[in-house]
Design a protein around this ligand. Structure first.
Ligand SMILES: C[S@@+](CC[C@H](N)C(=O)[O-])C[C@H]1O[C@@H](n2cnc3c(N)ncnc32)[C@H](O)[C@@H]1O
Length: 212
């Protein structure tokens, strides 16, 4: 039985994939991952068996168990330790794992806006509930992974309802890709922004910004 590799690819652009990770992908027989992640390594994955991850994660575990005589790499976005498939695989697969992380979209975002995150509250509203406004009151600087429910607009509306308007919200969209856009908003503006954002993270910090 081979070790299953769990590999963090970084924010998305293949230039951010570590060389060690590329080597492991090249030496794998099977690559398992979501479509966006598989698309970013298509060249490296040439001639390999590909398993696209969907909502039925139990099937993925069955597939790994049925093929664990082969070299399997499960690719995830960003940092393997930050809201990734690693949690599910650890809890449901009993074989040996080797994990190599990548740069998180959150790390990438903080560096692009020249901001530190050692004193920030970092979390996610991607598929989960979180009273982020309470953390914002305490920490004054937070970073959140988002999703289609907690969009940047909906996050801004929650802040507006609570009169937390003395903050700027920075939205980092398609980070590391050619169509990356990082833009600052004030709460009132973002709450009524009509644009539909692509995949994004937000950083909220004290201060008013003038982007209107
Ligand atoms: C399941 S989480 C995975 C997070 C990942 N492990 C990381 O460290 O970046 C998916 C969320 O990460 C964020 N994300 C991942 N890649 C991104 C990118 N290139 N640009 C903007 N946000 C990204 C989005 O908030 C997305 O909804």
């Amino acid at each position: 039985m081979n070790k299953v590799h769990i590999l963090g690819l970084g924010p998305g652009n293949p230039n951010y994939i570590l060389s060690v990770t590329k080597e492991i992908i090249k030496n794998s027989d099977i690559i398992i991952g979501g479509k966006r992640n598989i698309d970013s390594i298509l060249e490296l994955a040439e001639n390999k068996e590909i398993y696209y991850v969907d909502a039925f994660l139990d099937k993925m575990i069955n597939y790994i168990e049925a093929n664990n005589d082969k070299k399997i790499s499960v690719i995830v976005s960003g940092d393997t330790g930050f809201y990734s498939l690693l949690t599910y695989i650890k809890n449901n697969y009993s074989g040996e794992l080797e994990v190599i992380s990548g740069i998180s979209s959150m790390q990438y975002m903080f560096s692009k806006i020249c901001e530190t995150w050692d004193n920030a509250f970092i979390s996610s509203v991607h598929g989960r509930e979180l009273d982020f406004q309470n953390y914002l009151k305490t920490y004054k600087k937070i970073g959140l992974l988002t999703d289609n429910k907690y969009t940047p607009q909906n996050i801004a509306k929650i802040l507006l309802e609570q009169n937390l308007t003395n903050f700027e919200i920075i939205v980092g969209e398609n980070l590391s890709y050619d169509n990356e856009i990082i833009r600052k908003y004030n709460v009132e503006h973002l709450a009524f922004e009509e644009k539909k954002f692509d995949i994004n993270v937000v950083v909220i910090r004290e201060g008013k910004t003038c982007t209107i």
